[in-house]
Design a protein around this ligand. Structure first.
Ligand code: AMP
Ligand code: MG
Length: 517
């Protein structure tokens, strides 16, 4: 097997920086100077509702991500304009935008919910920049937490600062790790409070993607018996997002969703990401990690890890994510039934298992520093490792990062130090050492460098996010910004930030999270 990059067959980022990106000097100083369009508005009204944002009171800037601004051709100095903050807070319209909330439904915890939709998000439109092809480079811009919409179902339309910072840092951390994801441009906060598990302050997140359409966008119109709208949406996705496919290639559309989702979930397993709410309305048609709620980056290894304390049955546990992804793809295939009979869709769905398995193996081949994957014997090696890690809930990112230096004596000591009882590890390590010796392809330095590029030193640990949030709630945003920058280069050593690579100090309370905060 070739050394496959985690996601080189899919668009790793929602959008990509290209050499045609304007230099900062040419970049727009203001959101109004960007070129806004919205091809989605060519679709009829049932797909969305026009809504104006409800302004947040006395807004202030919490975070701004210059790397995401570059995608839009927005000058980083735009963030320091009061006008920028007011625009994101919904206190003034942005010239050229026509905000809409999208309509969708979906399966939540296995149960079909007939109408969901953007209950607290608004699509401002697409920012268009010159680029290859007639359509140029396009990025959808959404506000999340911008107030009520016709789809709020009694909710207040708001997002709290805590969950907004988590999504801001979480998605950028995933991008840094090379996992397909939506991106984040900025967070604007307000001292306006809403009730969640207690009273909390509110915020708006600006998120970016090539498209925010979900499996649930299709389910909605199939379930209300409007196959012509399912077709219109499928045609729209083919034309705007999958130009390599021929018009009317609905099987190609489903196959893309299957392949991209399989790659995405394999990448989640490799970085230890648990989404927490893998409902079909949170599954992107482009295979991007979407809607960060009670997600987590796994620390103590546990296949049963569940970050969402309202998921009592562990439906969305870390180890169940591949199976749930396939279940959700089944919902998508049923929604496309008027375009694709089941016997045509079935082989596409069936391809998930092999695509996931080969992507998963490629990740772990790189994580273990193996020049090739030797099938069953390497599966035994990996399963043995998972047993060792699970038996003592060993810190997942730290273990793999230390493994890069194995079998150096210091690394071996540090690895053994991660476990109260290292005997199981010692036996596995001997097996692993023999496996490495059997491979003459690379010397130790090459292997170490390759492993460091596959095993991040930095992930968004729960206690790091909590500390940044606690400080932000006191209007100190330096830690949010520092984490954003550390997590943008998670494979780099960054020795000055070494403490950010460590687990929470002993005795720290585990962080409890729930849906829709
Ligand atoms: P989520 O758990 O964030 O994926 O949200 C599930 C559904 O509930 C989506 O339709 C959201 O738009 C909606 N929703 C979540 N929180 C709120 C809120 N505070 N106000 C209105 N709708 C919400
Ligand atoms: Mg959602």
């Amino acid at each position: 097997m070739d050394l496959v990059q985690p996601c080189d067959r899919v668009d790793c980022a929602a959008v990509t920086v290209t050499p045609t990106a304007p230099r900062a000097a040419d970049a727009a100083r203001n959101l109004d100077e960007l070129r806004w369009e919205a091809r989605l508005l060519a679709l009829p009204e049932p797909f969305y509702a026009r809504v104006a944002a409800e302004p947040l009171q006395s807004p202030y800037l919490v975070g701004f991500n210059p790397a995401a601004a570059e995608l839009l051709g927005l000058h980083p100095a735009a963030a320091s304009e009061a006008d920028f903050v007011r625009a994101i807070a919904g206190a003034r319209p942005i010239a050229g935008t026509d905000p809409v909330a999208l309509r969708y439904s979906g399966h939540q915890f296995g149960v079909y919910v007939p109408q969901l939709g953007d209950g607290r998000a608004l699509l401002l439109g697409e920012v268009v920049r010159d680029g290859p092809g007639p359509d140029g480079l396009r990025t959808e811009v959404q506000l999340k937490g911008s107030g009520r919409t016709p789809f709020s179902r009694g909710g207040d339309g708001r997002a709290v600062l805590r969950s907004t910072i988590r999504e801001y840092l979480g998605c950028e951390a995933m991008h840094g790790l090379g996992v397909p994801t939506t991106r984040a441009l900025a967070v604007v906060g307000s001292d306006e409070r809403v009730m969640r598990e207690g009273m909390e302050t509110t915020a708006v997140l600006v998120r970016l993607a090539s498209s925010h359409l979900r499996f649930g966008s299709f389910e909605m119109f199939a379930r209300i018996g409007r196959p012509e709208l399912v077709r219109a949406l499928a045609d729209f996705v083919l034309a705007t997002q999958l130009p390599a496919l021929a018009p009317g290639d609905y099987l190609g559309l489903l196959q893309e969703a299957v392949t991209r989702t399989a790659h995405m979930v394999a990448a989640w397993q490799a970085v230890g990401f648990t989404h927490g709410v893998m409902n079909s309305d949170n599954m992107s048609i482009l295979g991007l990690t979407l809607d960060y709620g009670p997600f987590s980056f796994m620390e103590g290894f546990d296949m049963e890890h569940v970050p969402n304390h309202s998921d009592h049955e562990g439906r969305y546990a870390f180890g169940r994510q591949p199976g749930v992804a396939l279940w959700n793809l089944g919902c998508l295939a049923s929604a496309l039934q008027s375009l694709l009979p089941p016997e045509v869709a079935r082989p596409a769905l069936a391809s998930f298992a092999a695509t996931f398995a080969s992507a998963f193996e490629a990740h772990f081949q790189r994580k273990l520093g193996l020049a090739e994957w030797r099938g069953e014997s390497d599966e035994i090696l990996l399963r043995g490792l998972f047993r060792v890690l699970a038996a003592q809930q060993v810190d997942y990112p730290r273990f793999f990062r230390l493994l890069c230096d194995y079998p150096d004596a210091a690394a071996l000591d540090a690895l053994r130090g991660l476990m109260a009882d290292p005997r199981g590890f010692d036996a596995w390590a001997e097996f692993y050492r023999e496996r490495l010796v059997s491979e003459a392809a690379r010397d130790a330095d090459q292997r170490r460098a390759a492993m460091r590029a596959a095993n991040p030193k930095y992930v968004l640990r729960g206690h790091l996010a909590e500390r940044a949030i606690a400080q932000a709630q006191q209007h100190d945003f330096t830690e949010v910004d520092r984490l954003l920058h550390i997590l943008a280069a998670p494979f780099d050593e960054q020795p000055e930030h070494a403490e950010y690579a460590l687990p929470a100090p002993p005795g720290s309370e585990p962080v409890a999270l729930s849906c829709s905060s």
